[in-house]
Design a binder for this molecule. Sequence first.
Ligand SMILES: *[C@@H]1O[C@H](CO)[C@@H](O)[C@H](O)[C@H]1NC(C)=O
Length: 169
Amino acid sequence: MKTVALLLLLTGLLAPGQGYKSSYKGSVYFVCPSGQSIGAMASEHSYYHHDRTWVFVCRDTYGRSGCYWTDFANDFEQLILFECPAQHVIAGMSSYYSNTYKDRRWNFYCCKSPSVSANCHWTKYLNNFTEYFLWAVPTANLLVGVHSYHQNQQEDRRWAYKYCERNNR
Ligand SMILES: *[C@@H]1O[C@H](CO)[C@@H](O)[C@H](O)[C@H]1NC(C)=O
């Protein structure tokens, strides 16, 4: 039920021509337009490709400035435990795939925003290995961090995210 509601939300936000979906084994490169940060995502695993596709949706984020790409947050098959600095949001994600490791290295686009409060939470893991997931940042919150670990047996990752309440300014 919850998934259906989120799916409707996500597809509703994906106006024609604005949707982004990565291809299996292809590069992921997604950046929200000025004044926005990542507000929802969906990801589907393929046994055949040993990879996931990604869909991202953006959300209005007051006062975005000073954006930059970080260095890679992980090596292949290694832990991702990433947060943008305080008072920054994640407004983009990028990764490339390795056929050798059957995994991706990720880096992130951080933007300063006075909207990010210090009241933050981590989600639980949103997926089991090889499972589909779809997640929207809770209403009136902003995405600030990413956690993930890899398992060789299934050549996949589990994902969790950190978000902070949005200030009223
Ligand atoms: C993972 O699998 C377990 C056992 O089947 C299930 O209880 C749990 O809800 C799953 N977690 C996620 C995030 O899907």
